[in-house]
Design a protein around this ligand. Structure first.
Ligand SMILES: Nc1ncnc2c1ncn2[C@@H]1O[C@H](COP(=O)(O)OP(=O)(O)OP(=O)(O)O)[C@@H](O)[C@H]1O
Ligand SMILES: [Mg+2]
Length: 451
């Protein structure tokens, strides 16, 4: 795990050496001895926390260089946590530093234990703030009809929805379970001209075959035993709006024929009825099954497939959505923490790492459930990998296939190297020992965003 970076600016050699010695097990220490060096180190390495001596050369006798550096650091990153070191009983400068935006101060001689506690708190607050910022960003830039995600693949999916929503074309949504098919169907509806009309969903797999026909098409009184009254089906109920046919791959052969006829003419006949009823319904279907192979096995009608799949939208699995898992986890955490009145809950770094490494077979639904459970179970302020029931260390997690294991390691490495090179693909490619086009291909395949 990478250590957090700590910048120490002090003109005294001995103090720098002592500090480095005392703190380097917990932090990656960056040292500087004057204002220019300190600012340069801060700009290059972007440490979350800086420890500043106020008396710096060329004016070690007063505090002006120190205050100038403090201002420059906060100017470069207003979220930086700066701790200033003042002389003994030097309340005046301590107060001035706080007023200028320093996070805290310590008096000379610095007590190492006190320093360690203070630094720990600084990094903790810095992390909370960063998480919060990431979350706000995800909500701000990423949100689309209640769906979140900033990764390239997610954004492409949003723009596909945006594009076809306003057309009348039937849409087929394809995606693994928990990828947001139902949410996407609702987004298509709420962005269409039919938004004021009804949105009616029916899960073809959840209703027994014998009832599905009358559920979809309705029935007349006396159509079958138990049909005491006339009933409209879901298609009619959706008149003027959108019908969402979930798990369309489970539709029995006879109903496939009947649905096809309806799609061709927008007309239907209730079970046991003779009258043809004209409707105005837009159909959106979804499945996580491979319809193409069902077609070649003779289980799904090809003509129906082409009627339904005038437009096809793929909902990418969560493992291909780059950093979305982390962002979604943060948002879900805030949501469930608020619902459970558990304020100040945040993820332990091992949990964030585990989130990145997990392959999410159940996709967003799985993520949501894991976070929900963890919020309920968490004792302290931090949610750990164990609370999420994820295994914390890379390599000990047993991936489902070799391919997934390889991809998970590739993703982790590429993200780290890209981060080190501030998103510069060419130099990251050199470090990773691959060509630039290959790295682009890998990023595309693994759903990695340059940012
Ligand atoms: N992009 C997203 N942002 C936030 N929440 C999402 C997103 N996509 C899905 N969800 C949430 O994940 C859960 C699963 O979504 P949904 O039911 O739409 O998926 P699905 O593909 O229909 O799943 P299934 O195949 O299990 O029926 C829901 O609770 C939904 O609110
Ligand atoms: Mg669903």
């Amino acid at each position: 795990m990478m250590k957090p970076k700590l910048l120490i600016v002090d003109d005294d050699d001995e103090i720098r050496t002592q500090m480095k010695w005392a703190l380097s097990t917990d932090y990656e220490i960056l040292l500087a001895e004057n204002r220019a060096g300190g600012l340069e180190a801060f700009r290059t390495h972007k440490p979350a926390v800086a420890l500043l001596d106020l008396g710096l050369p060329p004016r070690p006798g007063d505090t002006e260089e120190g205050f100038a550096l403090l201002a420059a650091i906060l100017n470069a990153d207003k979220m930086a946590k700066a701790v200033v070191i003042t002389g003994q009983n030097d309340r005046e400068h301590a107060l001035r530093a706080i007023a200028a935006g320093a996070y805290d101060f310590l008096c000379k001689p610095v007590n190492p234990d006190e320093l360690k506690v203070l630094l720990k708190r600084c990094f903790y607050v810095a992390q909370l703030e960063r998480e919060n910022r990431e979350m706000q960003q995800a909500i701000g830039d990423g949100t689309f009809e209640g769906m979140l995600g900033a990764s390239l693949k997610t954004q492409e999916m949003f723009s596909a929805i945006r594009k076809v929503a306003t057309t009348e074309a039937p849409v087929l949504l394809l995606g693994e379970s928990g990828t947001g098919k139902e949410m996407a169907a609702q987004a298509l509806h709420s962005r269409s001209a039919r938004r004021a009309g009804p949105f009616v969903a029916i899960n073809c797999a959840a209703i027994p075959d014998t009832l599905l026909e009358s559920e979809l098409f309705g029935h007349e009184k006396g159509a079958f035993t138990g049909a005491h009254v006339q009933r409209k089906g879901r298609i009619e109920t959706a008149n003027g709006g959108t019908l969402f046919l979930d798990e369309i791959g489970e539709l029995p052969a006879l109903l496939q024929v009947k649905l096809l006829r309806f799609l061709q003419e927008q007309k239907l006949t209730r079970v046991g009825g003779r009258e043809e009823i004209q409707t105005d319904v837009r159909v959106i279907a979804a499945t996580n099954a491979n319809l193409k192979s069902q077609i070649s096995d003779g289980k799904f009608r090809e003509d129906l497939f082409y009627r339904l799949a005038v437009v096809t939208i793929h909902l990418p699995p969560l493992r291909e959505r780059g950093d979305d898992a982390r962002l979604l986890a943060q948002v879900f955490l805030q949501r469930f923490a608020a619902e459970n009145r558990k304020n100040n809950l945040s993820f332990h770094p091992d949990a964030l790492r585990a989130l990145n490494l997990h392959t999410w077979p159940g996709n967003i639904r799985e993520l949501e459930n894991r976070v929900k459970r963890a919020v309920i179970m968490a004792d302290g302020k931090r949610i750990t990998a164990a609370d999420l029931e994820l295994i914390q260390v890379a390599g000990t997690e047993r991936p489902i296939t070799l391919k997934e294991a390889r991809e998970s390691i590739e993703r982790e490495m590429i993200q780290q190297v890209l981060q080190r090179h501030s998103g510069k693909v060419s130099s990251a490619a050199v470090e990773l020992g691959v060509s630039r086009p290959t790295l682009y291909e890998l990023m595309e395949k693994l759903g990695i965003n340059r940012e």
